[in-house]
Design a protein around this ligand. Sequence first.
Ligand code: FE2
Length: 566
Amino acid sequence: MWILGIAGSHNSAAALTKDGRVVVAVQAERLLRRKRHGFPLNRMGADAGQLINYCLRHAGIDLPDLTAIATNTPWGSIQPQFALQDPSSAIHNSLPPFVTVPHHLAHAEYVLHYSSSPRSLVLICDGSGTYEKHRKSLDIQEDVENPIKFIRDSGKESISAYAFDDERLRLVYRVAYGEAFSPDLPDTTEYPPNSRWLASLGQLWRWAASYCHGDSNEAGKVMGLAPFGDPEVHSDLDTLSIGADGKASIKLREICTYFKKPNSARADVTGCKHYEDIAAHIQHETNKFLVKLVQFLQTLYPTDCVCYGGGVALNGIANEYLKNQLSLNLQMNGSCEDNGTAIGAALAAHHALTGERVRETVTDYYGCNYSGEDIEKSLQGYSGTAVKLSRPDLLKHTSQQLSSGKVVGWFQGRSEFGPRALGNRSILADPRNSQMQDILNRTIKFREAFRPYAPAVTEERANDFFVLNEPSPVMLGVVPVRGDCLPAIRHIDGTARVQTVNRTQNKLFYDLLKAFETETGTPVLLNTSFNRAGEPIVESPTDAVRTFSASKLDCLVMDNFVVTRD
Ligand SMILES: [Fe+2]
């Protein structure tokens, strides 16, 4: 049974499942080359068509082969509709039925898909999900048994917790508040000018990103800034708290009006104490809030196994704090933000139609693999040099380039679905080089100095370099770095967001780490996403050649080709 899932959201995406297994998934931004591109479900047009074709082509099937199209959105229009110009086009004539899915349920089914535990709490935290007023009109209804709810009819779900046991996923807790207020801050693609902020954890981070960096999509920058600040400076604000009855207090309205100097000019705030202290405050409050929230949820459903998803779960610092404070078995996936709900909606529909849930090993390599022909075609007309090497020579040559201080674009295999490059669409460099962060910032990524770069390490030697006792295949934990031999990836607070790699997950990337180890004794590489500032991660070989040509990367390694400039 084939089911197509669609996320109509910021980071819109499509995914295809077969008999409950994930076959392929892609974000709109990767194909349309517009960062965080989103489309509403009620006006899906040519952009949605491109995503669907990408998935169908990968699987070698056509629209009539689909049993259903499962959709979800945190936006107002929940009824899906293709608005293609030609109403008699094939896409209209052969459409299977739509199945609408609650947004948080889609997040929940996605993270549960990778859990090995038969019994767990499933916690979803994000900016906003399904409107409460729309819930009853959706095709899939949640399993609900006297949950603790703090909701308004005009509100949208922002925190949901489900108990999972005996293959039953039932809602036990929900927060769905309404508007916090209308801020005088820059408009975003997600929220049109007349919209409002919601009192939610995810939107608190959107506010912080807008206030500190002039762009509400830059919550990751706030996270990078936080270790430079003092969390005690604003400790009296009590921005986030949980009452004894489980009621979440999110003082977004108060904090928005308390701080008066938004960085509307989008200036580089490196070294600006005002913004550093606010970032530290938001991070500290989030850490404490999540611990108290899970402690409360454990009174409803005692377990130390927590499957965790939603956009707030991108916060690796909070994840690590939560895991360590409560000794949790914290289970996560690669695309916890809204793109992942394309997969989750398809899985929810599969469960609704069959009563089955399938489990798979966590991975995020869900994009297409490009053929040698595609790669050779992308190099036609390239003015530099492209040399084809055998695999052993390619690994040796690349590791030598890296150890000599070169910065390498690395394009291999299936693309990553989520926001992290995991060694298939990566820019790689030597993490031992103390100048490397500055080199990357000045020549390729054009990032602010306070933002850290991440390492990839062979799984078996991860604990030699990081305080890390378990695999971290999708980079969602931030852990202490041992010693000072990796200055290019060590953040100001001595931590790094680590990706561990084993041979099963990604053979070629693992082999490259081993080749670098043979060369240098260190099986660690600096690994950042293959894109230029403001652009999405490269998807196709053509994107890779274009980005390489427009950047100051020293070389591009694509499949077995080493591409250099003349
Ligand atoms: Fe979400």
